[in-house]
Write a protein that binds this ligand. Structure first.
Ligand code: ZN
Ligand code: CU
Length: 487
């Protein structure tokens, strides 16, 4: 054995309170980085490094994994990824809700809600491989892992989205999906509530999902219904997972609409008691409002609806649907019809339901931020500091270590992302240094594009990419491919 000791690290973060991502309590330790990896953890006062930073009194933890994003094109168009890196996010999972930038072969404008990802010219990736290569060549500030969206597959192979796929179309989608999985996709996502896939049957989804297991992927789903029939929608998701033998992630779990407020306990009990419970996980954002394109089915006069953009009436953005309808002298549904295509924030969630769901041990943090929206829901900029500051520290819903676990170790395990999500020797040096007393989100519904406070330093693959409120201009994100299951 070579006895030569080489303790020269590139970086040592000294005296920090290390939260390792497993959910265990913070421990005061030093963390050393060499190259892209964590090289040592412990008391390293005798060791030398090119750079040593004293982070006494600050938390050192794994970079956050945003499990639910629509950043497919944003990571390429704005590779600094300021909304993400400023929150301590070092990895984004794109391609959620059935909507992925690849593989997409458009013949026309992207149908609503695929337009959440961008406009026609943004859909340039005929194959998943092309998307992956684009990420690697642009090298965004954060790592990117991607799901393949059911709606995207439908758009490629179905001239009419408003019906069930034929067996011929299913076969073509299966092939498209398998090529993507072989190129490193993490799994399949659906958005069965959306018009573009609502007409698919459970069998259609199962025939696609059943191709995912052999690539070690997962199934993530925006449920067919988040309103009155949510239990049926959950049962469908579990049936798909069980039949296709896949772990299931229920995306942005919520009890939507005033008629369903207070049902979170019932919904969580239904999940806890499901026979497939051991392979079900959840994600949630820390707000009592959702956001998407403006959907007539979600217009409800009992709740506030904020218009964030409108193609026909851009001047109406940042106003409520109620105000616009009153001014136009029409009903809200009529106003919505005139505004479409448009974007909206729906104040359709009860705060207590949200806090109960986000506190569940299976729940990971996913922002569901919409970077293409000119006046986005504040979750795009505020989700992670809001969980750490408001929910963990101020409301004491769970410990800081649990909060970190929900955004690091838990998602890495559930999405099968290898060697990330923990402060552990040999793991990628995706690290965040933050001030637990100060950390807070500042983005609001009125002023949504605001960086949070308290995130002091963010390292991605060993490179310091964010410090004290701004990017350092150094980007080191990579594409993260799926890991084949261990034989
Ligand atoms: Zn969704
Ligand atoms: Cu989403």
């Amino acid at each position: 054995m070579n006895e030569e000791i080489t303790h020269n690290y590139d970086l040592i973060l000294k005296n920090g309170m290390v939260i390792d991502g497993k959910g265990t309590e913070p421990v005061k330790m030093d963390v050393a980085v060499r190259g892209e990896s964590i090289a040592a953890i412990g008391f390293l006062e005798m060791d030398e490094a090119t750079r040593t930073i004293d982070v006494a009194g600050k938390v050192v933890c794994p970079g956050f994994i945003d499990v639910h994003t629509h950043d497919d094109n944003a990571v390429l168009k704005s590779p600094d990824c300021l909304p993400k890196i400023s929150q301590g996010v070092t990895t984004v999972i794109v391609g959620n809700c059935g909507l992925s930038a690849s593989p997409v072969r458009l013949k026309d404008k992207p149908p609503d809600p695929l337009n959440l990802l961008g406009s026609e010219q943004d859909f340039r990736f005929n194959t998943f491989r092309e998307y992956r290569d684009a990420v690697d060549s642009i090298c965004p500030a954060v790592n990117v892992a991607a799901l393949v969206g059911h709606t995207s597959l439908r758009v490629n192979h179905m001239p009419d989205l408003f019906r069930v796929a034929s067996s011929y179309e299913v076969e073509a989608m299966q092939e498209d999906l398998e090529i993507s999985l072989a190129s490193g996709a993490l799994g399949l996502s659906t958005g069965l509530a959306y018009a573009t896939s609502r007409h698919s049957t459970t069998e259609e989804v199962i025939s696609l999902a059943s191709k995912v297991n052999k690539y070690g992927g997962i199934y993530a789903t925006h449920l067919r219904d988040e309103f009155d029939t949510i239990l049926d929608a959950l049962a469908e998701a579990f049936e798909i997972g069980e039949t296709a033998e896949l772990p299931v992630v229920v995306s942005h779990l919520k009890c939507a609409g005033p008629d369903n407020w207070g049902r979170s306990e019932e919904v969580l009990n239904f999940i806890n008691n499901s026979k497939y419970n051991h392979r079900i996980n959840l994600d949630c954002y820390p707000y009592a409002a959702g956001s998407s394109t403006l959907d007539l089915g979600q217009v409800d006069e009992r709740i506030k609806i904020l218009i964030t953009w409108s193609e026909n009436h851009p001047e109406q953005s940042k106003r409520t649907l109620a105000e616009i309808a009153r001014e136009w002298g029409v009903s809200q549904i009529e106003a919505a019809r005139k505004l479409q295509p448009a974007g909206a924030v729906y104040f359709s969630i009860n705060e207590d339901d949200m806090t109960r769901i986000i506190s569940h041990p299976k729940t990971m943090i996913g922002s569901d931020g919409l970077p293409h929206d000119p006046h986005p829901h504040p979750r795009l900029w505020g989700t992670f500091p809001r969980v750490l500051g408001r929910l963990a520290r101020d409301q004491k819903l769970f410990s800081l270590s649990t909060a970190v676990h929900k955004m690091t170790g838990l998602p890495a395990r559930n999405f099968r992302i290898k060697n990330r999500g923990l402060v552990q020797v040999g793991y990628a040096a995706d690290l965040v240094v933050f001030d637990a007393e100060k950390i807070a989100d500042t983005a609001t519904f009125e002023n949504p594009k605001q960086t949070s406070i308290g995130i002091e330093r963010v390292f991605v693959n060993g490179i310091e990419s964010f410090r004290d409120g701004s990017t350092t201009g150094r980007r080191a994100g990579t594409f993260i491919q799926s890991q084949k299951p261990e034989e």
